[in-house]
Design a protein. Structure first.
Length: 218
């Protein structure tokens, strides 16, 4: 739901979603809610990118309060773009009725390289219809407040192999939420659930102890 502002003026596509008149009518918030209608979850900004706030991230005032880079800018993160890529709205295909996918993940592995300060998640996914991208959302130990969650995405090879690199991971205890973007536009973790409130996320816990990470199963 979004409160539509009837303030008179023109939306300007030459400035960001939070500048000038665009900011006055909270255009970022409007498109943020439209993103939810397309099935996008909350996905927080990555300050290391220096691109400003993420479209599916927090409201502008909260971002500004953190004094993170470029508060006057908004960007569409890679994970959200992957989720939208094959959506029926953008691929000009019929919605049809949802058919649960056959999806299985094998050879899943988690590893941490302290030298490069990088967590790597890898494995193979077999699904029908095929999956084109794997998305990992890091809840940073706050699953009820995903506005600041970090997102990661990687293309899936033709044989189903995937490898996601999480550089400079947060040194906290949390969960990685793994999702697969299918060629029919569905985004799911288990192949059975695709709704915004339940996508069947594959949840993998992690803990940071004594300078390293410990990984567990769901």
């Amino acid at each position: 739901m979004v409160n539509y502002d009837t303030l008179a003026g023109d939306v300007n596509s030459n400035v960001s979603l939070v500048e000038d008149f665009n900011g006055q009518i909270f255009l970022k918030g409007m498109i943020h809610e439209l993103g939810h209608a397309f099935g996008l979850p909350h996905i927080g900004p990555d300050p290391e990118l220096g691109l400003g706030n993420s479209l599916m991230g927090p409201v502008t005032t909260l971002y500004v309060a953190k004094k993170w880079p470029k508060p006057d800018q908004v960007y569409l993160d890679e994970a959200s773009a992957a989720m939208l890529w094959k959506h029926p709205i953008f691929s000009a295909t019929n919605f049809g009725s949802f058919r649960p996918a056959s999806l299985k993940v094998l050879d899943y592995k988690s590893a941490y390289d302290s030298t490069n300060d990088c967590v790597t998640l890898s494995g193979k996914v077999f699904s029908d219809p095929p999956a084109h991208t794997v998305v990992v959302l890091d809840d940073l130990g706050k699953p009820d407040n995903m506005y600041w969650s970090q997102s990661h995405a990687a293309r899936i090879a033709t044989d189903g192999a995937f490898k996601v690199a999480i550089r400079h991971p947060a040194k906290v205890d949390g969960h990685y939420h793994i999702l697969f973007c299918l060629d029919n536009g569905a985004v799911t973790g288990d192949g059975q659930h695709v709704r915004f409130i339940n996508r069947g996320d594959i949840k993998k816990p992690y803990r940071f102890r004594d300078g390293s990470f410990e990984f567990g199963e769901r």
